[in-house]
Design a protein around this ligand. Structure first.
Ligand code: ASP
Ligand code: MG
Length: 404
């Protein structure tokens, strides 16, 4: 007998038929003799709809009230799924985030889980109930409802699995698992059977939108075995776990991030301290900097180029213009029409030919590389956004072979 946490995303519970489908999956696991805890998201695009309804009245409603509103989506789902499970004749109880002991900080709209005290869940499991928990929500020290940020029910599921020391956390979704590239754009992309937490973290951060990033961080920290799988296919999905040496693929995926912009500060004095001053200024404004490149000094000046998220471009440029005002001949230039293409894989560290192969693929497709950054398990390049899809395709083909 195992303790299984199963999470159903919005697309897996979008209507009555899909809710019955989820109920069948849950009760099958229960029938097999397992303790089953289920975490659910709001149905379909319910969360977006609720935001829309609020915006019609007041687009600047407080985050606290927005959390009261948005948490209602998950409350509807847990009741409907439980009613479906009752129909199949199984004992079930639905509970909200606070009843499940999910305690968060007070950052309304994007709260962090501080601890989970799953006493109630354990009691219900002892009574042989299937326990259906509302994802995406918790309670802060003022007894206010909070939400965990968009896509946060993955985080709820993995957090609850960690607190219960569950044997596995199954994330049911509308795709078959984690793919080597976006299967809608790359016909030869295929499902990865197994991937390490670190690789998954990189892919998730790069916009492979299967698993919320924070959920993978929690899984890694608490060593929760995660499976991402389809609620429609009945096939095994992708297992996310600690790195193992069996059948390690050199590269596990190619990802694209369009939500990125390049900024260059050209002609700053080639003296000590500028990087420190500029980047601490940005950090103090919570501006996340990604790839950083600095030229070697010549004629007493140097250039610094780095990337930020598109939505922080304007703020960053304003800040730099202000900051560099007093400096003669310093120019700020920027370009938001760029994409970051990355390959992720545990083999990168020990196989220098991987970088060469990636660059060769780009060269063959006549795609110019603007910036490069590398880590032990990742190589990223910055390129023109118009060529991004093509770049993913040629790189994927270079490593995995073209579609047959
Ligand atoms: N319903 C929430 C959202 O759409 C949480 C989730 O689906 O994970 O962001
Ligand atoms: Mg999601």
């Amino acid at each position: 007998m195992s303790l299984i946490v199963q999470k159903f995303g919005g697309t897996s519970v979008a209507n009555a038929e899909l809710i019955m489908n989820a109920a069948n999956i849950v009760t099958k696991a229960y029938n097999d003799g397992n303790d089953v805890v289920v975490v659910v998201s709001a149905q379909g695009d319910m969360t977006d709809q609720l935001i829309g309804r609020a915006n019609k009245i007041n687009s600047r409603g407080s985050k606290r009230e927005m959390d009261v509103l948005l948490s209602a989506g998950e409350q509807i789902s847990i009741a409907l799924l439980s009613i479906a499970i009752e129909k199949l004749g199984y004992p079930v109880v639905s509970i909200l985030g606070w009843q499940a002991g999910v305690m968060t900080n007070s950052n309304y709209g994007n709260a962090m889980i501080k601890k989970i005290e799953p006493d109630r869940i354990k009691k219900e499991l002892d009574k042989k109930n299937i326990v259906v928990v509302a994802g995406f929500q918790g309670l802060n020290k003022y007894y206010d409802v909070t939400t965990l940020g968009r896509g946060g029910s993955d985080t709820s599921a993995v957090g609850i699995a960690a607190s219960l020391n569950a044997d596995i956390c199954q994330i049911f979704t509308d795709v078959k698992g984690v793919f080597t590239a976006d299967p809608r754009k790359v016909p030869s992309a295929f499902k990865i059977n197994e991937i390490s937490y670190d690789e998954m973290l990189e892919l998730a951060a790069l916009g492979a939108q299967v698993l919320n990033n924070r959920s993978v961080e929690i899984a890694k920290r608490h060593n929760v075995l995660v499976e991402v799988l389809s609620s429609f296919s009945g096939e095994p999905g992708t297992i996310v776990k600690e790195a193992t040496n069996v059948e390690k693929m050199l590269i596990s995926g190619v990802a694209k991030d369009d939500n990125i912009a390049r900024i260059s500060i050209i002609g700053i004095p080639d003296v000590m301290g500028w990087d420190f001053k500029i980047f601490s200024k940005l950090a103090s404004k919570n501006i996340n900097v990604d790839i950083i490149l600095q030229s070697i000094g010549r004629d007493g000046t140097k250039d610094i180029t780095f990337t930020v998220k598109d939505e922080q471009l304007e703020e960053t440029v304003d800040l730099l213009n202000n900051y560099c005002q007093s400096l003669e001949n310093v120019k700020i230039s920027y370009d938001s029409h760029v994409s970051k293409i990355s390959i992720v894989g545990a083999g990168i560290e020990s196989h220098p030919e991987i970088a060469a192969k990636m660059f060769e693929a780009l060269f063959s497709a006549q795609i110019n590389i603007q910036m490069i950054s590398t880590s032990e398990i990742k190589i990223s390049v910055l390129i023109d956004q118009d060529k991004a899809d093509k770049a993913v395709l040629v790189i994927h083909d270079a490593f995995f072979g073209p579609a047959v």
